[in-house]
Design a protein around this ligand. Structure first.
Ligand code: TNX
Length: 518
């Protein structure tokens, strides 16, 4: 059966199966409509079964007594019963059923119209973490909407439930803001591509860009919601904002640099051009966020806060005046003040701020949650101080990093992180395993796909897979916490079937025996 991610418990008594046929139906009570709709569309397309018959088939039920996202799946001679405490649980049960039907259930048209059997099993399952995320960096390289929608399906197929969209950075602003059209007109484009794999590490000097309209993003949000995926938008401040400054020079530190001469950045790394701390800039970003909140219902709104160089603030009389006026100690506290403002601004609107672990410097805003990326330390400190944490340490789960050491690996970034390394990743470090109260603040874990070196969806597939399958199991399943106790051989054996699923989906994963020739 080779389920990935592995369920909490699976029992099978015999070698019998339940066989779907033209008479098979699909039913369920209140609260099951959306999942039925998805099942009919997805399994219907793959199998050619209409699932409109009156015979035994699939039955869905919302039942009391099961926790959030928890489900049971029972296959007997009388058909398939998926019961759950909520719609999310039903949906994850439906995804498990898809795996039980075999790899061809992942196709979009049937290779055959009969012989769709599922083994008779009882599965009891629930996730370890509530936040099982993936970051897509659509700023460094724009990913067209159709590719983002496909990624939502790929996340959902792996029971991952948060899509963190990195919408703005130095190299591109990708979200239409009606009040400030230049953000996309100017900040959505740059005069040349950054280094991309296809160009062999050289600049190809072609312009690059693109952005999502607000309707595109609403569509992505709705599509994701139908698949139990929450889209968390990121608007990166006060660093990583050159595209915004290029569009509106008044946002930058004009008393230090000629911000009017800036354009959307074409390099990678850390950029000195940060936002100024004027009231007008704060109003500007409030207005941007008004529109962001209107599109994204997510409780968490990511405001970045990472890698903010402080040199311009050190040199700027305006920034120094701000520090004096607010009686702050230094530029770290200035950044903290900036983020605290948005922390309470979001809280007043029923939302919560999440930021990268640099937001700990100069004091964490009271309601803020932390994405711990520079290792575990920031996350440990935040959790011990009672803040929620998403663990995404770069050495373990930055999937832009190379998967093998060979010279033919596409653009070698950072550390080698093989499939096995990711499978042995443990989100809770020893410091938190010994402190259950703090550990409870680790609301989840996330794998990040930064796209400086990924210039299209094929590159994203290559880096994301197969490692995202291992990450999904780490995030969902209750694996032994000690990395050395993980059953790597067992996982590898299950991956053999999972590769067939990825093949059926058309995912261009990195093959086990080396890079693809393109
Ligand atoms: C660090 S993670 C960054 C990103 C880069 C990434 C490349 C983080 C908050 N900042 O801006 O894209 O490294 O691996």
């Amino acid at each position: 059966m080779d389920l990935i991610p592995a369920p909490l418990d699976i029992r099978t008594d015999d070698d019998l199966t339940f066989l779907f046929d033209a008479e098979s139906g699909l039913g369920g009570g209140p609260g099951t409509e959306r999942v039925r709709h998805w099942l009919r569309a997805t399994l219907g397309a793959a199998t050619g079964l209409l699932l409109t018959g009156t015979g035994p088939g699939i039955e869905l039920a919302v039942v009391p007594g099961l926790g959030s996202e928890e489900y049971r799946l029972e296959v007997t001679g009388g058909g398939v019963l998926i019961s759950a405490g909520d719609e999310a649980g039903l949906f994850w049960g439906a995804q498990t059923l898809r795996q039980l039907l075999g790899p061809d259930a992942y196709r979009r048209a049937p290779l055959r119209r009969d012989g769709w059997a599922v083994p008779r099993v009882t599965v009891a399952d629930a996730p370890r973490f509530g936040w099982r995320g993936v970051l897509l960096d659509v700023s460094r390289h724009f990913l067209p909407k159709a590719d983002v929608l496909r990624y939502v399906d790929l996340l959902a197929a792996h029971k991952l439930n948060v899509l963190h969209l990195h919408l703005t950075d130095d190299q591109g602003w990708r979200i239409e803001i009606k009040r400030y059209p230049k953000l996309t007109e100017v900040g959505g484009w740059r005069e040349r591509s950054m280094v991309g794999y296809r160009s062999g590490g050289e600049r190809d000097n072609r312009p690059h860009g693109g952005y999502y309209t607000q309707d595109d993003l609403r569509e992505i949000v709705a599509y994701a919601a139908d698949r139990q995926v929450t889209v968390v938008p990121e608007i990166d401040v006060p660093g990583h904002a050159q595209a915004a400054v290029a569009a509106y020079p008044e946002l930058g530190n004009q008393d230090v640099v000629d911000t009017g001469a800036l354009s959307t950045w074409t390099d990678w790394g850390i950029n000195p051009n940060v936002l100024n701390v004027e009231d007008s800039t704060i109003r500007f970003y409030e207005n941007v966020l008004e529109e962001v909140l209107d599109i994204f219902p997510s409780t968490f709104i990511h405001l970045g806060g990472d890698e903010c160089p402080k040199e311009q603030w050190k040199a700027s009389a305006a920034a120094q005046n701000r520090i004096k006026e607010l009686e702050l100690a230094d530029e770290d506290e200035l950044q903290s003040w900036f983020l605290r403002h948005f922390d309470s601004w979001l809280a007043e609107r029923g939302r919560r701020l999440i930021g990268w672990d640099e937001i700990l410097e100069g004091g964490l805003a009271p309601g803020a949650a932390v994405s711990s990326w520079r290792g575990y330390a920031g996350g440990v400190a935040a959790a011990k101080a009672g803040h929620d944490v998403v663990m995404c340490p770069e050495q373990q789960v930055y999937l832009d990093h190379r998967q093998a050491a060979g010279p033919d690996e596409p653009i070698p970034v950072g550390w080698v992180r093989s499939l096995e390394d990711v499978y042995r990743f443990e989100p809770l470090p020893p410091a938190l395993r010994q402190d259950p109260e703090a550990a409870a603040h680790v609301i989840g874990t996330q794998a990040n796909l930064w796209s400086e070196f990924m210039d299209d969806a094929r590159d994203v597939d290559y880096r994301a897979f197969p490692r995202l399958a291992a990450f999904a199991e780490v995030a969902w399943s209750r694996l032994p916490q000690l990395p050395e106790d993980r059953d790597w051989d067992g996982f590898s054996a299950r991956m053999e079937t999972h590769y067939r699923r990825l093949d059926a989906l058309g995912v261009e994963y990195r093959p086990a025996d080396g890079p693809k020739p393109w």
